[in-house]
Design a protein around this ligand. Sequence first.
Ligand code: LMR
Length: 394
Amino acid sequence: MFEKLQPQPADKIMALMKMYREDPREGKIDLGVGVYRNAQGQTPVMRAVKAAERRLWEEQTTKVYTALAGDPAFGNALSGLVLGDAVARDRLAMTAQPGGTGAIHQAMELIRMARPDATVWISNPTWPNHPSIIRHVGLAMAEYRYFDEATRGLDFAGMIEDLGKVQAGDVVLLHGCCHNPTGANPTGQEWDEIIAVLQKRGAVPLIDIAYQGFGDGLEEDAAATRRIAAALPETIIAASCSKNFGIYRERTGLLMAVSENAKATGVTQQNLTHLNRQNFSFPPDHGARLVTMILEDEALRADWEAELEEVRKGMLALREKLAAELRRTTGSDRYGFLAQHRGMFSRIGAPADKVEELRVKHGIYMVGDSRMNIAGLNEQTVTVLAEAIADVGL
Ligand code: LMR
């Protein structure tokens, strides 16, 4: 049977990671995969995570199964972080997931079960795994405009016009904050207009929130998700702890489905739990337990928030510095958008051949659509990058 298998297209982020690993050059710079790195180029275990792990090692007496939906304490803690009190608890169904990707995948399966003829609308561009998963589960897909290549900001008029074509019951996939790959995000007022269009069209929002705390702060980054969930009768939310807790390999995420009323929540919860059972039975627990411990313990939480804030401010400082350095090396203000973008990524709007030239000539790795991971830079490499960008004539 295996001779019938066709080769699969390579995931471009994963392919870039491999190329970087295989590059023997000393001064190579990895601005590819979305992983936070500190000034020393490391992705450290966060202090609160280490402390929670130590405590867990001492206190945990069993590794027996949790619940199919995951430990309810994790759902309560993480949904609290994401949603605050935006929706009544009895409208919320949740399952723990193996990372944000697991949550997105299972959201698509839920949509396919509930409304197999729904079209999922994605931003153009979006995280490449979004369309890949939608295709994989066999749902129809359409794109809405999002990024203005000229300003490197949001194409808000295009976005609103395209969302105006959404049919009732279609799903609109939105990035809750820190848009991946562009770094361009709607303002509060623009979110209001987006919400109004979703309401008018009868759309179901699916919010991918993977970078809460990396943009303007934990509360600020959750604001759009909360407003959408409070305003719409149904919302699906996929949250990831990979980045903001730095627990990438622990695979820790949460799928939340907000139903119209408490009566509908029971069946939604049952379907979500059923999907866990079909796909992997019990979700991974280690990362989820650490997150729960941190969020429930005042001191651990305060320390985690403080460290996350250092990370966020560090990325903002790198953005400012890169914009300034590019002003110096290119003699123009055209990279000013870098300081406006938020989150880990910015799409700089370079053509593929220039991205290639940066890699071949300067050992600088960014995704082919010219997405760069700001957190892959440090004080020194910001200057190297700014000079390389000018050198290739960008
Ligand atoms: C990214 O976009 O680089 C991250 O979300 C990591 C991944 O899985 O692609």
